[in-house]
Design a binder for this molecule. Sequence first.
Ligand code: GLN
Ligand code: ZN
Length: 757
Amino acid sequence: MKSTIIGYPRIGNLRELKFASEKYFRGEITAAELEQTAKEIRLYNLNLQKDSGLDLIPSNDFSFYDGVLDTAFLLNAVPARYTALGLSPLDTYFAAARGYQGEKGDVKALAMKKWYNTNYHYMVPEIDDDTEISLTGTKPFDLFAEALENGVKTKPVIVGAYTFLKLARYKGQKTASDYIAQTAAAYSALLQKFSALGAEWVQFDEPSLVKDLTADDIALFKALYEKILPGKGSVKVLAQTYFGDVRDCYKELCALDFDGIGLDFIEGKQSLALVSANGFPKEKVLFAGVVNGKNIWRNNYAATLDILDTLKRHTGNIVLNTSCSLLHVPCTLSNETKLDASYKKHFAYAEEKLAELAEIRQIADAAQPRETEIFRSNAALHSEPRSGRNDAVREKVAGLTAQDFVRLPAFAEREKIQKERFRLPLFPTTTIGSFPQTADVKSARTALRKGELSAADYEKLIERKIAECVALQEEIGLDVLVHGEFERNDMVEYFGECLDGYLFTEKAWVQSYGTRCVKPPVVWGDISRAKPMTVRWSVYAQSLTEKPMKGMLTGPVTILNWSFPREDISLKESALQIALAIREEVLDLEANGIRIIQVDEAALREKLPLRKSDWRKDYLDWAIPAFRYVHSGVRPETQIHTHMCYSEFADIIRDIDDMDADVITFEASRSDLTILDVLKENNFRTEVGPGVYDIHSPRVPSKEEIKAAIAKMKARIPAEKLWVNPDCGLKTRGNAETVPSLQNLVNAAIEVRNENS
Ligand code: GLN
Ligand code: ZN
């Protein structure tokens, strides 16, 4: 049996790519220096994979920002507003990724969206009626050549034609099917080129195939590959799917002239049944995703062998694979120096998953796999009892009843009471919570961790930052203030560190978008609140101002979605345990004089199952109640806000309203406020703050731009229900752009207010 992976993390073991890119953005290093760092990371990863014994090593899984954006550049699908800037190719690429504001012009970034059900974000390609898709880029070929020079004939990885066309946004009259011929020609040309270069395999990533497919989708998929595959020459083509199963197109996938099909046996609930029921084509290779690419737990070899045994009954051509790219797990356990060995032995990050693949390959080829020493020690690990059980918490969760999830009085009555209480102006202005995490805060946290700064001095610094932040907001004229979240490294990690039942890591970074990485905490056992987590900071901040200070918490669904969950405790159980803990914090804040509490559910949309038939039973049926439970115990006059990073919730709009928050703020600017129509059609009840500008980009929005956004909002939503705010937290921004941006925001709101009265 052979082995491969779908892709490897590209940020570097110690986030070298992030730091080099950010230096480049600040003009501190040259493009050549950035390229050099990138090359070092690629070669390091290449050698690591080679040494692990992996048979097929991917290339072109490297990216300076995002693989979908790379594909747009490869295929000439780059909006003219970026190329027209006249920047270098690398800077044109970064302009599309991050926006550009400088002497050559002023353009916004492309839209950014969540990558299926992960916390990774991709850049949405824009295709206009005059876009001519053709093979113009060279990156996959260059990286193939680079690896070859270093002794490895790799398996180039490219976003597949179907997935690319499905992810793109069509600006004109034309739609995906109008681009079949051009796109197929470009992918054919790519295969011919790889064939000429001597590549053995090319991997086309087609995760869009695991979604619910319509007849038109299937027709598009077939039409593309019926045109692409005849031109493949001597290269073998792998159709790689992940994040689910391909129940809607398994037959078509098998019938097309692919040489390999990659299926996900971890998230693909029906993958095994599909193969069992329909068989697997003799002439093709089955790339079996058996090692979880999304979680950090050691693989259970007994379960994996069971899958392989079933598969072996249908095909003799199996390549062991991960379930998805390892992009979604941290690089290496070797930098986790503080985690006790008793925990660490249960973990496998990307590097350790390479070793697992090698072990599985070894035992799968053995005459008696279950008699091997490797198998035995893995079985022993998995049968060890795990610490961290908390029966009191489990009993509390089991004892929850329907009324625990209902807040009284009903929304309309609360809205009245709260309008009376707060007497905010029309279009009240606020922010999402965090303010720029400047170098002083980050280095203080590092010093605290290293024991070079006392806890008391650290806390003094945080208080000073809060005081400055409150003063700044008053000066700018915002209506509802925040404390700035300076005490938090991250909105989930912080709570993970405060809650019992969690483990946290040192260097387990995972890319979220571009140079932004997160360090998801690990659910180790049952979860509970040991002590108040945020109260002292919120109370201190409120003491500095007459204006309402929002208490700022992360909601249970988001904490869980951005953690590495246990595989043997249900998500529902963990979510409700976290909800119990966050509810205690909410009540504590309220008891301490905090009048507005925001419970962020930034990641609620993200883990919505990819298939509609799974939405309710697998997710919404516990996720919405978990949020409701968090705030159902507060007084009517306490205003509950929530925030979501990702406004693509048109399909679950009722469920979002049903979270029963008083106000929801969300990302909308990168999608041109398209969500507003949906809110209007559905008579959305909750007050809303659709983000009026994009904080993922360093550009400063003008007052006019923001007024235009408010006008759009006003045209669809009753003015009394509207809030004005940026589309997400400001922590990744600098003060230089934040202050003028917020000033423009406040001035815009004031002007619209005056025009309104
Ligand atoms: N309150 C958080 C912040 O402002 C929300 C961040 C998010 O939605 N990702 O940073
Ligand atoms: Zn957000």
